[in-house]
Design a protein around this ligand. Structure first.
Ligand SMILES: [Zn+2]
Length: 734
């Protein structure tokens, strides 16, 4: 039997049965094998030993609804509560709703070959009941791991698969649900192992299967352990570790989501809300910030954050955000936290804002509906429930911090902490306040229970986990720019930068370059879809030897990417010119440049960004005005040719502009000039029923969130035209 365990990851039930002398020893063996990460295939469902671990009353998801099997869509069966359940706990939320909320409910069509094969395998091997249900569960797992198609390649993606089970375990769905999913997936795996053809097609599958099963066993154990935890819910927290428990528990999930966002993978609803809730919990429970700080922090304040480097020997770096709620507050983030906030700002916030009907109000933290956060305390509470963590509030966390940490600190620390907790700061003591803030979160993170700690993990370690990785990659990326033709680092070079994350950085760099090249190829065929051989030739021409996107990828992404240009949008653009309520832009103070315009949402190539706003005057009048102003202000006069080839000028010199007295300034005139890296280009635009030309800035390429906008303002040309040389240079792109 030990041999079996060592050599096999899949054991047939019949084989075991033949070797066992009694039912009892058979079930013992099965239990033993399964807890060692083996899979007992073709096991009749009544011997399902995991079932012993179930909370019987919760096992409502067991497939019982055979009568509905043949209906087109039996989704609703998920909603059917067990009668017993209904009578005992009417408030229990339906599993379907919970799964939907958690973003785990989407599945592939059952028509695919893979799922149909699995279905008939189940029909042959197991009793007839609940097959559709089981196929659906497996289909949801496949969808979660790879939304494109149901494929056995999901077995290779162990990290993502385990995240799926963890999420079910962490969601409000019952643990029995998680168990049912795992049991279905295990059956799927035994189906795959019974199909020689699949194993032949993908020789690495066997290795992954055995890894997969080991992992799933671990997850199963941890979820069962988690089940015992429920009795802690509602307990009062007694120490800083418990107050921040949710950060510890959500830690690896959060790290995974951050990682996924930064590698430009699509985030599910649950990933996004978790990222938001995590940051709120971090500010409230660890940084001891007031909820109002979360509500009032703005994008502007975030973009105008300053960097601070302590002069002490540890030379810690921090980002400082000044927030004005009822009083002034500052939020001090270490480098890793700043990266987390940035990830939220770039990938989550824009997705939420899109759903808001009232547009972007400029708050940094927004609800999943894109609106102002109503109640951060409730968000943190929901998050704690999601992870079965201690339900500490900010007030309690603060109280416990004062009671346990402050009283134990050195007099020096106590002085510092006092500064932080007084919370109203002024410019004169800002550096001291920053030191205090950093000391507080450090003390919070590193607090150890004096003895017999119930928790093995220090919350601080999560930073190393998620972000050692991020920091290492940033370093690699700085040293080796990801470019179409740049040469990437070798694995050895990556390992030199980070021994631990070298491989990760190496792989990620290669993926990034492939993606970059993919984008370039797609951009090359912007008008018409290329044929496979055209793409192949084009790829050959580039002379890329490694990290080359496949022809299939190019064709697939071409479809997805090329949406029709939005010609019908003219009336929207026209009304934006009128209202000047351009979305996704912020004018930010920059200590070096004065002011700049930064994006707060992503833009696609060709999108209209804003207009260069001001009254239209004749070129002659423009030149006259130019004579009367200081040299450096000349840039505010914008000369161009209208459609009748007449030179004219937009005067953005005068602020506020006569038609928008209520606005201090307009975006267009605040965009800085750059000859080297312009990401906008100007176009002359006419609207229906309006003879006046407008200058509109459009995106020259896709633009990320948090990017400064630049345009080539050809001051040189305007000056020359002023002095009469080259007066007719039409320097605007068509
Ligand atoms: Zn105006």
């Amino acid at each position: 039997m030990r041999m079996l365990v060592r050599n096999l990851s899949v054991v047939h039930y019949e084989q075991l049965k033949a070797g066992a002398d009694s039912e009892r020893s058979l079930s013992f063996f099965i239990n033993f094998l399964e807890s060692n990460g083996c899979l007992v295939s073709q096991k009749p469902s009544h011997t399902d030993t995991e079932r012993n671990l179930a909370e019987e009353v919760e096992a409502t998801e067991d497939p019982v609804q055979d009568a509905k099997e043949n209906e087109e869509d039996t989704e609703e069966e998920m909603d059917m509560e067990h009668p017993l359940q209904l009578s005992t706990s009417a408030i229990k939320i339906s599993t379907k709703k919970v799964m939907e909320e958690a973003g785990l409910h989407k599945k592939h069509s059952a028509d695919s070959q893979l799922l149909q094969g699995f279905r008939s395998y189940l029909e042959k091997t197991y009793s007839k009941s609940g097959i559709k249900h089981e196929v659906d569960n497996v289909s949801r797992w496949l969808y979660y791991v790879n939304p494109n198609e149901p494929s056995t390649s999901c077995i290779h993606d162990i990290e993502r698969s385990m995240a799926f089970f963890h999420e079910i375990g962490a969601s409000a769905a019952s643990r029995a649900t998680a168990r049912n999913y795992m049991s279905g997936v295990k059956k799927f795996i035994s189906y795959v192992t019974s199909e020689d053809q699949m194993l032949e097609e993908d020789p690495s599958l066997r290795g992954s299967i055995s890894k997969f099963l080991k992992n799933i066993t671990e997850v199963q154990k941890s979820i069962c352990r988690g089940a015992g935890k429920e009795k802690y819910v509602g307990r009062t927290c007694t120490n800083p570790r418990e107050c921040q428990e949710v950060l510890t528990l959500a830690n690896s999930f959060f790290a995974e989501v951050i990682d996924r966002a930064n590698s430009r993978n699509e985030l599910q609803e649950r990933d996004m809300t978790s990222m938001l809730f995590y940051l709120e919990a971090l500010l409230i429970l660890q940084h001891l910030q007031r909820p109002s700080v979360i509500q009032h922090m703005t994008v502007q304040q975030w973009l105008e954050r300053t960097r601070y480097q302590s002069r002490s020997r540890d030379s810690v770096r921090a980002a400082v955000i000044k927030v004005k709620a009822a009083t002034h507050h500052i939020v001090v983030l270490n480098e890793v936290e700043e990266m987390w906030f940035d990830t939220y700002f770039r990938f989550v916030r824009p997705a939420f804002i899109k759903r808001s009907s009232s547009g972007d109000k400029g708050y940094f933290f927004v609800s999943s509906k894109g609106t102002k956060i109503q109640n951060p305390t409730t968000d943190v509470h929901r998050f704690q429930e999601r992870f079965n963590a201690c339900l500490a509030t900010g007030k309690e966390a603060l109280h416990i911090f004062e009671k346990i940490i402050v009283s134990d600190s050195t007099p020096e620390d106590q002085e510092l902490i006092k500064i932080y907790l007084s919370s109203d700061f002024n410019e004169s003591n800002i550096s001291e306040y920053m030191r205090a803030a950093m000391r507080v979160s450090e003390l919070q993170r590193t607090w150890e229970q004096p003895s017999n700690s119930r928790y093995g993990e220090v919350p601080g370690t999560l930073e190393e986990k998620s972000s050692g990785k991020e920091v290492a990659y940033k370093t690699v990326e700085n040293a080796f720019k990801v470019d179409l033709d740049s040469k990437g680092p070798t694995l050895k070079e990556c390992r030199k930068i980070s021994e631990m994350h070298g491989k990760y950085c190496y792989d990620r760099w290669r993926r990034q370059q492939t993606k970059c090249r993919l984008d370039a190829v797609i951009a090359h065929y912007k008008k018409e879809k290329p044929t496979a051989s055209q793409v192949l030739n084009y790829l050959k021409l580039q002379g890329w030897s490694k990290h080359v996107p496949s022809v299939e990828e190019v064709l697939l992404h071409w479809e997805a990417r090329e949406q029709p240009r939005r010609e019908g949008d003219d009336s929207t653009i026209q009304s934006l010119v009128k209202s000047q309520k351009w979305q996704g832009l912020a004018i930010v103070d920059d200590p070096d440049k004065g002011q700049k315009v930064v994006t707060t949402k992503p833009f696609k190539k060709g999108d209209y960004i804003c207009d260069y706003h001001g009254p239209l005057i004749s070129a002659k009048e423009g030149e006259q005005r130019m004579r009367s102003v200081e040299q450096e202000e000349m840039g505010y006069l914008y000369f161009f040719m209208d459609r009748g080839n007449k030179r004219c000028c937009i005067d953005a010199q005068t602020v506020p502009c006569p038609c928008h007295r209520e606005l201090g300034t307009t975006y267009g005139r605040k965009i800085n000039h750059s000859r080297k890296k312009p990401n906008l280009k100007p176009t002359v635009k006419y609207f229906e029923n309006d003879t006046r030309p407008h200058i509109l800035f459009t995106a020259k390429k896709d633009i990320d969130v948090g990017t400064e906008l630049f345009i080539i303002f050809d001051y040189g040309v305007t000056r020359k035209s002023f002095s009469g040389e080259g007066a007719d240079l039409p320097w605007i792109d068509e």
